[in-house]
Every structure is written in C-alpha cells, then in structure tokens.
Design a protein around this ligand. Structure first.
Ligand code: MRU
Length: 356
C-alpha cells in the first residue's frame, strides 16, 4: 500500500540485509531500518519496530536467513530459532514461521541452505500478501451487503492495527475496507486509539489517511455509545491467535468491544490468515498473554513543537500499573471469521470446514 503516494511493503530483503519500516517512529518519522543480524530481528520484534502477528512471523523467517548468513552452524541456528520464537509470546505466527523454516531447512546441505532459506522467507511473505488480498475480497462481500441495504456510507469500527503495517501488504481487518474503497463504496472507519501504544491512532489512522480513506480516531471507550447511537454498521478486528474453537486473542480491549457489539446487534467480524490459527490449544486460558513494561502506560510519546520525539510521564511517580497487551474474545461474540478461504462461523466446525 502507499505512503506519500509510493508503494511499500513492510519488509523486504536487499543487499544481504532485511529492510523494515521502523513502526516505533510512525506517524511522525518514516524511517527504513536495516536488520543485519539475527539479534537485530529479535530486537525489532521485542521493541515493536515490527509488530502485528503476520509481520512478526515474516520477520522471524528472515531472522533465520540472517542467522544463516552470520554463522551457518546447526547449534547457532537452533538457538536463534528458539530466541525468535520467544521474542513475543501471544502471536502464534512467530512459531508457525520459524517451524516452517526449520522444516524446509532440515537435511539441506550447507552450500544450498541460504538459497533455500531465502526462498522460503520470501514465499511466506508472498503467501501472506495473497491471503490478505483474499481476506479483502471475502470481507468485501459483507460490506457490499450492508451498503446495499443502507444505501449510504458504511461505518466500520476497528481496534489496534490489523492493517497493512501489521502484515506485508493489504492488512487483515483493513483489506475488506481497502477493497470496498477501491470499488467505490463509501466507507468511514472509527479507529480505536488503542492505548497504551496507540497503534490505532499512530498506525491505522495513518495508513488509512495515506490511502485516502475517511476515518475518525476515538478513545478506546467510545465504541459503546457509538454503537448505541447506531453509528457503527460493523466491527472488523484482527487476531494474534485464533483457536480451533473460534476463540480469539487480540489486542487488549477487543473483548469489551465485542461485548458492546453483541448488546447492540452490531456484527463483529475477525479477519485472519490461516497462519494465525492455533490447532493445538483448546482452552483459551492456556494462551500466553503478553505483559509488557508498565512504562508504556505511565509514559506518553509524541512530537514536540520542534519536531523532536519526546517522552513524558503522565502517571503519579509512586503508582503501580499493569500492562496486559492482549485479551480473549470468546467465539460466542464473534459473528464470523473472515479468512483467505472464505467466511466461516467462529467454531471448530466452521474452521475445519474451510481448512481441514
Ligand atoms: O502488539 P501488536 O501491535 O503486535 O498487536 C497487533 C494486534 O493485536 C493485531 O490486531 C493482530 O496482530 C492482527 S495483525 C493482522
């Protein structure tokens, strides 16, 4: 998708380095950063220079490529794979991508290993682009239906950033929106700010602006009253891990939005590529929920009048804060899962019908 009229992807390989857009600086500064070693890839995932489930999976795959370039040695590769998987806990895509790389590389002799690793990491990215495009086409049908009935602008609420910046291109939750816009359907997006890191305001609103899509940032608590007033036609969110039961882990606050949607008869959709499905865990209480540094709550970052990035404390110095990064939305609150293979019920039957 576009930034200042130029097409970008979120990650690519060039001259033996991995290039990423540093998302910790957006929307204020657009910086392309080089990852030269596997430790750079691990750090980029940890500090969220790259974030979003599909993108951290792709970064981990390229992390394996960087590890091979550094030291083509089995024990180093094994340790790198583990460190990449452990760099963030909730999104299943990290393990999915690293496992896929390991499987592809097992038994490959050392003079071919780099070429094969590079091809697999690139295939992971290409596949994600294709899947996200199909999610868009499948989700477009739902937006078209609403538009046909309403004959007016379709108002869509989204949480966090499940846009192209969280994937390689198109996004998951945003892909149906981009496709609707390209088809000439008028859409307006309510963008949850998504405290504490403000991925909604800083990333979703930013990327929608760059594509010319009308959007309004709201506080995370505003969705309920907008739904009561009939100002939300549907919700679409992303996910970091969807269980085969249809239960969905996503950015903290998603659950409360789903409850409000249920109470107001607003359809609540979750968009995901199959790389985000966890077929093993059945009990959502077993999903590891990331707990991040409380400084993300107690401090705010922004740009000052001299265009310098600045961090300020907003909480009392002595106060404790708890920063849980994700929550679980039980399947019963999910109207449907929008996947690359079609839209299904949020249940084992629904998912298996499409994928197994
Ligand atoms: O903590 P983040 O910014 O990595 O969280 C991102 C989300 O919660 C997204 O909704 C999710 O990864 C889906 S991305 C297509």
């Amino acid at each position: 998708m576009k930034i200042e009229g130029k097409n970008y992807r979120t990650i690519w390989f060039e001259n033996n380095v991995v290039k990423i857009i540093d998302q910790t600086k957006l929307p204020h500064k657009f910086i392309i950063k080089d990852l030269k070693a596997v430790k750079d890839a691990i750090n980029a995932i940890k500090v969220m220079e790259v974030r979003g489930a599909p993108l951290i999976g792709a970064t981990a795959a390229y992390g394996m490529v960087l590890a091979i370039i550094e030291k083509n040695d089995q024990s180093f590769l094994k340790k790198s794979a583990q460190d990449l998987i452990n760099s963030r806990p909730t999104a299943i895509n990290l393990k999915w991508a690293v496992d896929r790389m390991i499987k592809k590389l097992s038994g490959v002799n050392s003079d071919k290993i780099l070429e094969i690793a590079l091809k697999e990491a690139s295939d992971i990215c290409e596949e994600d682009v294709k899947f996200c495009k199909n999610i868009g086409l499948n989700g477009l049908k739902i937006i078209e239906e609403i538009h046909k009935k309403k004959k007016d602008t379709v108002n869509i609420l989204t949480h966090c950033n499940a846009g192209w910046l969280a994937t390689i291109d198109w996004g998951t939750a945003t892909s149906p929106i981009y496709h609707a816009h390209q088809k000439g359907i008028k859409v307006h997006v309510w963008v949850d700010e998504t405290r504490p890191r403000n991925q909604g305001a800083n990333l979703t609103s930013y990327e929608l602006n760059e594509e010319g899509i009308e959007n309004t940032i709201i506080t995370d608590n505003a969705g309920g009253i907008l739904m009561q007033r009939g100002q939300v036609d549907m919700c679409i969110v992303g996910t970091d891990r969807t269980l085969s039961t249809g239960d969905v882990a996503n950015k903290i606050g998603t659950y409360l939005k789903a409850l409000a949607a249920k109470d107001n008869n607003v359809p609540f959709y979750v968009a995901l590529p199959s790389s985000t499905i966890d077929w093993n865990i059945k009990d959502f209480k077993k999903i590891p929920i990331e707990e991040r540094n409380s400084e993300e709550l107690s401090h705010l970052e922004g740009i000052d009048e001299n265009k310098n990035l600045k961090k300020i404390r907003i909480y009392p110095k002595k106060s404790k804060a708890l920063n849980l990064a994700f929550d679980i939305t039980p399947a019963k609150y999910v109207t449907g899962l929008i996947t690359e293979k079609g839209v299904c019920e949020a249940s084992e039957k629904g998912l298996k019908g499409l994928f197994k």
